[in-house]
Design a binder for this molecule. Structure first.
Ligand code: HEC
Length: 116
């Protein structure tokens, strides 16, 4: 193989990686607001769980934590009958939007965004 062929083979390999490597979906708060309507019955309108601590507060939680939790329910790594049912209908982008929405709500939980 000539050096030129080698370089072009290496470059096309890199290109393939760039195309097939999944890009982390960016969550959209406004899209998440719509999608969150089905979650409100338990997690509250603004992500502060209803009842006396029966349902976790999602408001103000780290976005990547929320996304990770949803992915874990989806993969079965985290098992909860209720949440497994809810994530079954969610696509990757839905989970990212929901995580962005709940992270942007106010509640007793807080992350360190205010320091940035
Ligand atoms: C019928 C009630 C109910 C509904 C509706 C519901 N959830 Fe949940 N959710 C729960 C319960 C109960 C838990 C705690 C489960 C556990 O212990 O893993 C939970 C846990 C979670 C967690 C993990 C919280 C943490 O602190 O680890 C996330 C994230 C979450 N729900 C998001 C959602 C989203 C997004 C929706 C809407 C698509 C939704 N939930 C709808 C009851 C509900």
């Amino acid at each position: 193989m000539s050096p030129k062929t080698l370089i072009s083979a290496a470059l096309s390999g890199l290109l393939c990686m760039a195309i097939t490597t999944p890009v982390a979906a960016r969550g959209n708060v406004e899209a998440g607001r719509e999608k969150a309507k089905v979650c409100q019955a338990c997690h509250g309108v603004d992500g502060n769980g209803i009842g006396d601590g029966q349902y976790p507060n999602l408001a103000g939680q780290y976005e990547d934590y929320l996304l990770r939790a949803l992915q874990a329910y989806k993969s079965g790594e985290r098992n909860n009958a209720i949440m497994t049912g809810f994530v079954a209908t969610l696509e990757t982008q839905d989970m990212a939007d929901l995580a962005a929405y709940f992270a942007a709500q106010q509640g007793p939980l807080s992350d360190l965004r205010h320091l940035k």
